[in-house]
Design a protein around this ligand. Sequence first.
Ligand code: DAH
Length: 344
Amino acid sequence: MNPLEELAQLLAQAVALIGEAASPERLEPLRVKFLGRKSRLSEIMSGLPALPVELRAVTGKQANQFKASVEAALAQRRQVLGVAPAKPALDVTLPGTAVPQGRLHPITRTIEAILGVFQPMGFEVIEGPEAEFAYYNFDALNIPPDHPSRESFDTFFIDTPSPQPAKGPLLLRSHTSPVQVRVMEQRPPPLRIVVPGKVYRPDALDPSHSFMFHQVEGLMVDDRTTFADLKGVLEQCLKALFGAHTRTRFRPHFFPFTEPSAEVDIACAACQGAGCPTCGRKGWLEIMGCGMVHPHVLKAVRYNPAKVQGFAFGMGVERIAMLQYGVKDIRLFFENDLRFLSQF
Ligand code: DAH
C-alpha cells in the first residue's frame, strides 16, 4: 500500500478510536499508538528520504496533516470528556447571585427627614464651608474676642499664614450658625433657609461626644416674624420627627446671637415625662437651641433691626438620630461597621 493511502486509512481509524474513548485516560495510549516514536507515522517519516522524489513531498505534507488532525481530534475529545461535563447547563431554577444592596447612612437619613419638614414650608437648603473664618464663626454672631462665651464653643484652629486675613484666623466651624451670616451678607431679606453640615469641637470621644458631628441650622427673616412663628415651626418639626403626640417645651436660655433665646425639650418618649435613665430622670430631653436673631447680628450683615426681624435655631443631628433609632453610643455612627449600618 502506498504511504498516502495508508495515512488516509490510519487517520480514519485514529479518529474513530479517539471518538469512542470513554475517559481522558484512554486518550494517552491512542496518542502513543498514532503519533508516538514507535508509531507507523514515525516510520513513514523516517522512510521519506528513501521514497521516489515525486512521492516524497506529498507524503511529507500528508504526514504533517495526519499529525495535526490526530492532535485536533485528541484535543476535542479531551474537552468533551474533561472540561465539558464540569460546565453544567444553565439552571434557571437556581437562586441568582445576590448583589448587596446599598443604603443611606442613618445620619443622612435623619438629615433628609429634618430637611423634608422645612422644605415644604419654603425653607431653602444651603451649605457653607467647614473651614471657616473666626469672623463668621464668632464675631459676626455677636461673640467678640475675649467674650467668655467663646469658651463654650471650644474650637479647632487652623494654622493661618501671616499676615492674617481680615476675617481670620481660619478654624473648623464649631457650629452651622456662621452660614446664617454668610447668607444674609449676600441676600436681602426676606429669607428662609436650612443649613445641614458637619461641625467640629475638640471633645474627647465618649458615648455622647464626638469631635465631629452634624447640625441643621435654620433661619427665617422678614419684617414680622415672631417668636410665635418660631414655636409653631419647631413644634411642627418635632412632631414630624418624633410622632404627632410629642410634647415640647421651650425653656429660657442664653445664646449670644439670639435674644430672647430658648432651649427646646421634648418629653422623654421612654417615660412620658415621668423621669427615667434615658432622660437622666428629668422627664425631658434637650433637643435644640433657638431664639430671635440678635440685633447685633442683623447689623453685622447691614440689615436694619428696626425694619426686619427673624428667628434662628440649631439642632444636633446625631442626638436626634440616637433618639429616633434608640442608638446609645454616638461613636457607632462613625465606625462604619456594616453590622450596624445595615440595620437602617
Ligand atoms: N449654634 C448653637 C450651638 O451650636 C445652636 C443654636 C442655638 C443655633 C440658637 C441657633 C440658635 O441658630 O438660634 O450650640
